[in-house]
Every structure is written in structure tokens, then in C-alpha cells.
Ligand binder design. Structure first.
Ligand code: CTP
Length: 400
């Protein structure tokens, strides 16, 4: 998909600039023609020699090429590219792009480029969360630029939070998926549930689970990329998504998710139920924090509403529901039972026996089973690639 594509990579002054070397290598390996533009401060983090050697093209950095007096034509560079990818995009570069500043070759190329532009922010968590940066990022997205969301993890500052640049492998997946774009779901409305639910015990404690929401967020993003208008209902997660056509409703408990899902379902063509909804909740929530007592504590649990089953009952002929099954034994048989019991059209089966699948991983290994019980097994993949497989299967089924 990237073979012969001309990728202009803008590298800016962030510690994540070291990842640009891997990114260039992966792009070249995938058959792309890569040219690199570095901002002056990017050179403090990685040398032009590294990136010119890997890209097999001279690195551009200044308006005037060294000593020669020859102009680096920023307009031509912008016209050459099929895509301008700015990775890492520092807070400073994001601010310049959002406000039309043009004080180095990269910002001049950005302003004159006619091709699609991607940017992968990389910065410390507080810089990212700052209202100025958030406003700048949202502005760039509103201009039609493609945001590659920063990830959660350990940062160069030693702090932990969201701000790390997406991994090069991830950026390559997003580019591949961009070039394979086919708006097969244009005009469709989709509902996605994601993440865990928290069931309150008292004002400070809850029953929850380890779901990160990554799978559901990746599915919402891919559905939108294929043209759908998406309502994403998410339990508590660290994730964010600023993608046009995805509206996020953040909820806490299974009851909240149930209410929101029932509200949006009648107007939806597709529902993807990837949330790890707690099956049980405490019968009562204590008004005050429960005090320790030597007598121990018994919490009476009652069943939560089954969102999937309720939507399955409401489902019309023209609606398509995708459910998930996370199993530890007799996986296929349990998934087949679930597809019937909850009236799903397609089920995504994860087995906890597969290494790298399920909660807390960036990867997943799935089997898709349809209503006729046709099963398709997929290899272990990054969750974004898994999302593409799931959404492609949805598109194929609803257009069959
Ligand atoms: N689900 C839901 N609401 C619930 C429980 C589950 O919407 N209260 C959805 C999940 O999002 C998933 C599917 O139902 O798409 C399967 O969930 P699972 O918990 O595996 O199903 P259960 O009926 O709870 O089956 P079991 O506990 O026997 O595995």
C-alpha cells in the first residue's frame, strides 16, 4: 500500500526524534519514497546523516542549502509529496502550524503543501494537556489535518502520562490504512461501547476491571475513517480521540452505559460492543466512605443490565451488531452460544490462552464468527490492525 508513495517526513525538536530513524526505515522497507525535512532543533536530537542515509535522500533543513546559495524550494517539496507526515510534532511546531507561523523550512512547507498532512504530537503530559496545546491540536484537526494520537506511558521527563509519540509501527499502519481508504461506510451511523465500567461501592471505591478501551477506540477511529458517523460510549480510560465524526460520551457505570447505548441504538446502523461491562454491581452504594471493621465486609451484588442482550432484542433487520467474547476454555463453542443468545451478527472471539491477546496488551489475536457460524482466524496483530480487520468484515457483511 505504501509502495511508490512519496512521504515527506518533517522531524521537529523532541526527544522522540530518535524514533524518526525507525520510521524512515519502516517506510523505505514498505516501498515508499521518503524525503526528510528537519527543523533546526531536531538536529540537536538526531543527525541529518542518519536520516539521509536511511531515506537515501538528502535531508532538507534550511531555506538556503549550505554555502551554495541554492534555494530549497518549499513549494516544490510540498507538491512532490503524497503525504506530509510531521513526526514527532513538538508543542512549538504544533503551535506554529495552528497559527500560520512560517519561520523555518518545515513550517513553510506545511503552509504551502496541498497534500494531506499528518502530525504525531510528542511532548510532556502537562504541555499536552495545556489549554493552548489542546486548542492548537483541535484547530489543526478542524483544518482537516490528521492527528496521530500521542500515547500513554513513561515520558522522557520521568513522569507517566499521555504525551509519548505513537510508535513508528503504529504510524506506518495509519498511513497504510489511509492509502487504502475506501469510504464504504459513508452515510452509516455506528455506536461503539468501549473500556471498563466502574460499579460504586461507596464514594471512593468501586468494582472495576483491567480493560484499557484501546480496542474500542481503535474500532471507533477505523469506522470513522471508513466514513461512518460514530458515537463512542466509553467507560473510564486514559484514552482520547480527536477524530472528525467521532463523538465521545464518557460514562462510569454499566447503568450509565446502558442508558446511553439504548438512546443511540435506534438511530444506529451498526453497534460494536467492545466494552468490558461489569456483570454485577453492589446492591447499594454507601453514602459515606465505609470504615474498616474487624468483622469484615460483605457486599451484596446484583446483576447489571446486559446491554448487548437488550440491544439484540431491539435489533431491526437493517441493523448490524458486533459483540465480543473473551473466553478461557471451549472458546469457539462459548462464542457460538453467545452470538445466538445475544442476537449478534458477528462476534469477535479473544482467547485468554493466546499470548498477547485480551486486556492490557497493544496486540490481539481474534477469530471472527458470523451468524452462519463461519469462523475466520487472524494472526496476532497490533490493535489498530485488528480494528481494520473487524471494520472491513462489518463493511463486507453489510454490503453482501
Ligand atoms: N456485554 C454487555 N453488557 C453486559 C455484559 C456484556 O453489553 N452487562 C457485552 C460485551 O460488551 C460483549 C458481550 O456482551 O460484547 C459478551 O460479554 P460477556 O461478558 O462475555 O458475556 P456474558 O453474557 O457475561 O457471558 P459469560 O459471563 O457467560 O462469559
Amino acid at each position: 500500500m505504501l509502495s511508490g508513495k512519496r512521504i515527506l517526513l518533517g522531524v521537529t525538536g523532541s526527544i522522540a526524534a530518535y524514533k524518526a530513524a525507525v520510521l524512515v526505515r519502516l517506510l523505505v522497507k514498505a516501498g515508499a519514497d521518503v524525503k526528510v525535512i528537519m527543523t533546526p532543533s531536531a538536529k540537536e536530537f538526531i543527525t541529518p546523516l542518519t536520516l539521509s542515509t536511511l531515506s537515501k535522500n538528502p535531508v532538507e533543513s534550511d531555506f538556503v542549502k549550505d554555502q551554495s546559495g541554492v534555494w530549497s524550494n518549499h513549494v516544490e517539496l510540498g507538491l512532490w509529496a503524497d503525504v506530509l507526515m510531521i513526526a514527532p510534532a513538538s508543542a512549538n511546531t504544533v503551535a506554529k502550524m495552528a497559527n500560520g507561523f512560517c519561520d523555518n523550512l518545515l513550517s513553510a512547507v506545511y503552509l504551502s503543501a496541498r497534500c494531506p498532512v499528518f502530525f504525531a504530537p510528542a511532548m510532556d503530559l502537562d504541555m499536552l494537556q495545556h489549554q493552548s496545546t489542546q486548542t492548537n491540536i483541535n484547530r489543526l484537526v478542524s483544518f482537516g489535518n490528521h492527528l496521530i494520537n500521542p500515547e500513554y506511558g513513561e515520558l522522557a521527563s520521568g513522569l507517566t502520562g499521555t504525551g509519548r509519540m505513537a510508535e513508528p509501527e503504529e504510524i506506518v499502519i495509519q498511513l497504510k490504512s489511509f492509502f487504502s481508504t475506501n469510504l464504504r461506510l459513508k452515510g452509516k451511523k455506528a455506536l461503539v461501547t468501549a473500556g471498563p465500567t466502574y460499579e460504586a461501592i461507596d464514594p471512593v471505591r468501586f468494582i472495576g476491571n483491567n480493560s484499557t478501551g484501546k480496542m474500542g477506540f481503535a474500532i471507533a477511529e477505523e469506522l470513522a475513517r471508513q466514513g461512518a458517523e460514530v458515537n463512542l460510549i466509553s467507560g473510564p480510560t486514559h484514552l482520547s480521540l480527536s477524530v472528525p465524526n467521532v463523538t465521545i460520551t464518557k460514562i462510569t457505570s454499566a447503568d450509565d452505559m446502558h442508558r446511553e447505548a439504548l438512546k443511540h441504538f435506534p438511530a444506529s446502523d451498526i453497534a460494536v460492543l467492545s466494552a468490558a461491562v461489569a456483570d454485577f454491581k453492589p446492591l447499594t452504594k454507601a453514602d459515606q466512605k465505609i470504615k474498616k471493621s474487624t468483622a469484615g465486609l460483605t457486599i451484596e451484588l446484583i446483576q447489571n443490565p446486559d446491554i448487548a442482550a437488550d440491544l439484540g432484542k431491539m435489533k431491526r433487520e437493517d441493523q448490524f451488531i458486533v459483540g465480543f467474547a473473551l473466553e478461557t476454555e471451549n472458546e469457539q463453542a462459548h462464542a457460538e452460544k453467545k452470538i445466538k443468545a445475544k442476537n449478534f451478527d458477528l462476534i469477535v472471539l479473544n482467547s485468554l490462552n493466546d499470548k498477547g491477546a485480551g486486556f492490557g496488551h497493544d496486540t490481539n489475536r481474534i477469530t471472527l464468527i458470523d451468524k452462519k457460524l463461519n469462523a475466520t482466524k487472524f494472526s496476532l496483530k497490533n490493535k489498530k490492525e485488528v480494528a481494520i480487520d473487524i471494520v472491513n468484515a462489518i463493511s463486507e457483511h453489510i454490503h453482501a
